[in-house]
Design a protein around this ligand. Structure first.
Ligand SMILES: NC(=O)c1ccc[n+]([C@@H]2O[C@H](COP(=O)([O-])OP(=O)(O)OC[C@H]3O[C@@H](n4cnc5c(N)ncnc54)[C@H](O)[C@@H]3O)[C@@H](O)[C@H]2O)c1
Ligand SMILES: O=C(O)C[C@H](O)C(=O)O
Ligand SMILES: [Mg+2]
Length: 622
């Protein structure tokens, strides 16, 4: 704190000095190093970016950014006004093209723009619109449209939202963090843009994901929008197109690696926790090689979690338990399920680890229980079935490598194809987190007909829509009305004509992360423990009634997201109390929190959720 305060003092001192120089030089018609007579402004930071008279957006020079406390509030690439206009015009023209050959909803981007403009003008109204119409607009501000937004970000960028820390800012982050105007920040969603949905490395344009996730934090969890902060850490990009694109908004250099990379993330973490010691940091869409390492690095000392690894795991477990119940079987039959997983990245491995632990717990947590649980999974990645025969196997996937001898008995070899695996294993569940659209081809789905389950389940969890492993139409048409279907992106239910409906569940981590964040915040727990994550997942699993699961409805509709989030937050707090992790929040201290019964806990959560209502404003000069 001491260092931060000193930095802060010295940065305010330099601001005053700058101002003096500006004033006196203006009085003497002094010219700047840029050769122009300066315009005196009485604003700094976000105030100047939000003022159409003075705002220059990405054209603020580095000198001006330093002088006006703008560092970190804009993407790092400085552009001249010609480049800015070119970027704007390219985007304007693209709108016409999108109307012709755009995504399934040709108006999705136009809707995003209109909502985004409302967000800039009137935050209360924006969230009221979003909450009241969540079913219609979640797919615009969140998945899948948010993916398209990130892909088109250089054209869509207008007013910055959130903070940018780049590799060029090393050594400066501790002071830059004070450029953010809010004294309190509860929730940060941070990405390095390296794996945006299933769209790959989108570099600095990945900031859209952090913005979209935080929109759900406000809409679903009632986190105060004045206390959320989307963050992009720009360590470069390995996307060849972006490296050459003159319109790219980020650093045009290859990604930092090894210790250089870790140093940047460490510096960012130190800066934000110094200014806001109680903030929760959600890591989002980091490529898997960093997702796991960073999670291990910070999870035991910081209030943080990785949504793709841990949030996805919880949502998948809840859905898998739903699929067991949908067969009319009790949840404790879960360890008998045979599960084929396509994709062994951050999400796939996260799901596998959590599912293995859940099964082992149900079987008594003994060594044999873990062995037996492990044998329920077959994992296929880009190189096919993972066995012990795999060379250079990822350490995270090692646990799930199948024994060569056992596989030979099934006629399967190292690297066997997905269709071969499905044909031989006859799994209850086929779950995709591969980011490969259409991976569950006709052939694979035909092979699933051999499933030994009375209600086979397909989880096509990859995002956005085009990356889904299959559509519900494909799955239901081949596997019949009785199957269970979930997808990461929203799809419409399938009508069978006979009045019967094939229910399309949205298996997306949006059902968990808002409740995990809110519960952690209100408990004051210093870390997000495995138990808290498990409690969140169990709460989601228990949310659906017997009648609903029997109809194949294993996740709630998004219209109920605020209600489920509230319950999940309460379950997370309850678990934190049981683990003696609570430290309280604001006027609710740990001891009082421990005394609350379940009903009071729900009330406590509800009372701390922000609602989009206009407050009465009174002017006070300070
Ligand atoms: N529904 C959700 O809530 C949710 C949550 C997290 C991630 N996701 C989605 O999951 C996908 C993967 O995310 P990730 O972080 O694990 O990505 P990742 O890049 O870390 O992993 C992708 C994995 O898929 C494997 N793969 C590639 N081609 C394959 C093929 N032909 N057959 C089988 N496997 C193949 C790769 O080898 C790798 O193991 C993304 O589309 C992401 O949007 C969805
Ligand atoms: O962002 C989403 O919709 C879910 C998930 O976090 C993903 O990376 O796909
Ligand atoms: Mg994600």
């Amino acid at each position: 704190m001491g260092i931060a305060n000193n930095l802060r003092l010295s940065s305010s001192l330099s601001r005053i000095l700058h101002r003096r120089i500006l004033y006196s030089s203006a009085a003497r018609s002094f010219t700047t190093s840029e050769g122009h007579r300066p315009t005196i402004v009485h604003k700094q930071g976000l105030d100047i970016l939000h003022d159409p008279w003075f705002n220059k957006g990405t054209a603020f020079t580095m000198t001006e950014r330093n002088r006006l406390d703008l560092r970190g509030l804009l993407p790092p690439n400085v552009m001249d006004s010609e480049q800015q206009i070119q970027r704007f015009m390219t985007d304007l023209k693209r709108l016409e093209e999108q109307a012709r050959d755009g995504p399934s909803d040709p108006n999705a981007l136009a809707k995003w723009r209109i909502l985004n403009r409302l967000h800039d003008r009137n935050e209360t109204m924006y969230y009221k619109v979003l909450i009241n119409n969540i079913e219609e607009y979640a797919p615009i501000v969140y998945t899948p449209t948010v993916g398209l937004v990130c892909q088109n970000y250089s054209g869509l960028f207008r007013r910055p939202r959130g903070m940018y820390f780049s590799a060029e800012d090393r050594g400066e982050m501790m002071s830059m963090v004070y450029n953010w105007p809010a004294e309190q920040v509860d929730m940060i969603v941070v990405t390095d843009g390296s794996r945006i949905l299933g769209l790959g490395d989108l570099g600095v344009h990945g900031i859209g994901i952090a913005v979209g996730k935080l929109d759900l934090y406000v809409a679903a969890a009632g986190i105060n929008p004045q206390r959320v902060l989307p963050v992009m850490i720009d360590v470069g990009t390995n996307n060849e197109k972006l490296l050459k694109d003159p319109m790219y908004l980020g650093l045009q250099q290859r990604r930092l690696e090894d210790d250089d990379y870790i140093d940047v993330i460490d510096e960012f973490m130190e800066a934000v926790y110094t200014r806001w010691p109680h903030v929760i940091v959600q890591f989002e869409d980091f490529q898997s090689k960093w997702a796991f390492k960073l999670l291990q690095r910070y999870r035991y000392t910081n209030r943080m979690f990785n949504d793709d690894v841990q949030g996805t795991a919880g949502v998948a477990i809840a859905g898998l338990l739903g699929a067991v119940r949908a067969q009319g079987r009790p949840m404790i039959d879960f360890p008998k399920m045979k599960i084929v997983v396509a994709g062994a990245g951050s999400a796939g491995i996260g799901v596998l680890n959590a599912a293995r632990k859940t099964m082992a717990r149900m079987l008594g947590n003994t060594e044999t229980a873990f062995d037996s649980a492990q044998s329920q999974f077959w994992v296929v990645d880009a190189q096919g079935l993972i066995t012990e025969g795999r060379e250079n196997i990822d350490p995270e996937a090692q646990l799930f490598a199948r024994k060569t001898k056992e596989m030979e008995r099934l006629g399967l070899k190292e690297g066997a194809t997905l269709v071969e695996v499905v044909r031989e294993v006859k799994p209850d569940v086929l779950l995709g987190l591969s980011a490969v659209g259409g991976l569950f081809s006709k052939e694979v789905l035909e092979a699933m007909k051999g499933s030994t389950s009375t209600r086979p389940a397909i989880f096509a969890m990859s995002n956005p829509t085009k990356n889904a492993e299959c559509t519900p139409q494909d799955a239901f048409s081949i596997l019949g009305e009785n199957m269970i279907f979930a997808s990461g992106s929203p799809f419409k239910n399938v009508e069978f004509g006979s009045g019967h409906v094939g229910h399309c569940n949205q298996g997306n981590n949006m059902y968990l992360f808002p409740g995990i964040g809110l519960g952690t915040l209100l408990s004051g727990a210093p870390i997000v423990s495995d138990g808290m994550l498990q409690a969140a997942s169990e709460c989601l699993a228990a949310y659906m009634s017997e009648e609903e699961v029997l109809q194949g409805i294993i996740y709630p509709p998004i219209s109920r997201i605020r209600d489920i989030t509230k319950r999940i937050a309460a379950a997370v707090i309850k678990e934190a109390i049981e683990e003696d992790l609570v430290e309280g929040y604001r006027e609710m201290d740990a001891r009082e929190l421990q005394k609350l019964n379940e009903e009071e806990l729900m009330e406590y959560v509800e009372n701390n959720m922000w609602n989009p209502e206009y407050p009465t404003l009174v002017y006070k000069d300070d």
